[in-house]
Design a protein around this ligand. Structure first.
Ligand code: MN
Length: 309
């Protein structure tokens, strides 16, 4: 039986305009997470930090169910803390995670996603977006009312249709991947892909082997592109280890760094745009009701994305 091993790297930065970094991330062997928080005062950074910490704590069984339940638990914890502390009312966060899950034959990879952070896979020089953004503009693109090009610069592209913290239940997209012997994954917040084009991101992933170095190059590129939002990039090189031995990841220290430097995001402090408020969660500054957010529940969309299976 072969086992999968992660070698991870990560970088995050507040960007050029924001005062606080509300992104949080985790980069360990077996679990990688990016969360992009939003909410007034310190709400955004708290929400994304809770998401990462809670998911890490509850993902104990290396199964897709455990991972998905962890997202639901994180949602509940964010809701509970927001209810407990008025200054955190209306806080929310995206969450995108990649994990190794057990399988009788060979371990597989699972990705879960809520919101507009993204997971990409890079194989053989081609980068493909795995996740689908839960944002208003992406919904409009799917309906044919916006072109992808129009979506890239749309003033309301920060409006989310799904996030943690919005409602008591959360719909989670799931992807199960049977990976090639070697595959590279990128988890990132929108502060990266809104500033750096697809081809440029792919070029960096293909040219820079060290995942920490590559992550920093991407963050630097986003800052050069404007840095209008917090920027987080987590890179995971997933490798099959044929003899079943587990190899210790080279980047375990990133866990500690994550604990010290939690989250952020830019949606919150961008007071000129009707972003989060319109997602129905209580705006970043209005302290309004966080209970009015519709989660657009409906079809229980469990999506399975197979790679080279
Ligand atoms: Mn963001």
């Amino acid at each position: 039986m072969s086992s999968l091993v992660f070698t991870v790297g990560a970088a995050t930065d507040v960007g050029q305009l924001r005062e606080v970094n509300q992104d949080s991330f985790l980069a360990t062997d077996g679990l990688a997470v990016v969360a992009d928080g939003m909410g007034g005062h310190r709400g955004g950074e708290v929400a994304s930090a809770i998401a990462v910490t809670s998911l890490r704590a509850s993902f104990s069984e290396s199964t897709l169910d455990s991972l998905t339940d962890g997202v639901a638990r994180a949602n509940g914890e964010i809701r509970a803390q927001a209810a407990h502390d008025p200054s955190l009312h209306g806080m929310g966060t995206t969450l995108c995670a990649l994990a190794i899950i057990d399988h009788p034959d060979a371990e597989k990879l699972a990705i879960v996603n809520v919101g507009d952070s993204r997971a990409y896979v890079f194989v053989d020089g081609e980068m493909t977006q795995v996740t689908e953004d839960h944002s208003l503009v992406e919904a409009l693109v799917r309906e044919g009312r916006l072109t992808p090009e129009e979506a890239e610069t749309h003033p309301q592209r920060n409006i989310l249709t799904r996030a943690l913290g919005v409602a008591d239940s959360v719909e989670v997209d799931q992807f199960v991947i049977d990976p090639m012997p070697e595959a590279r994954f990128l988890l990132c917040s929108d502060g990266l892909f809104n500033e750096v084009g697809h081809d440029e991101i792919a070029r960096v992933l293909g040219e820079t082997s060290d995942p920490n170095v590559a992550a920093q190059i991407l963050v630097d590129a986003a800052n050069r592109g404007g840095g209008r939002d917090n920027i987080t990039a987590v890179i995971v090189d997933a490798r099959r280890n044929g003899n079943g031995e587990r190899v210790v990841s080279t980047a375990q220290s990133r866990e500690a760094a994550t604990d010290e430097v939690p989250v952020v995001d830019a949606h919150a402090t961008n007071s000129g745009e009707p972003n989060w408020a319109e997602a129905g969660t209580g705006g970043p500054t209005d302290g309004g009701s966080g209970d009015s957010g519709s989660n657009e529940s409906g079809s229980d969309r469990r999506r399975w994305w197979r790679f080279n299976s």
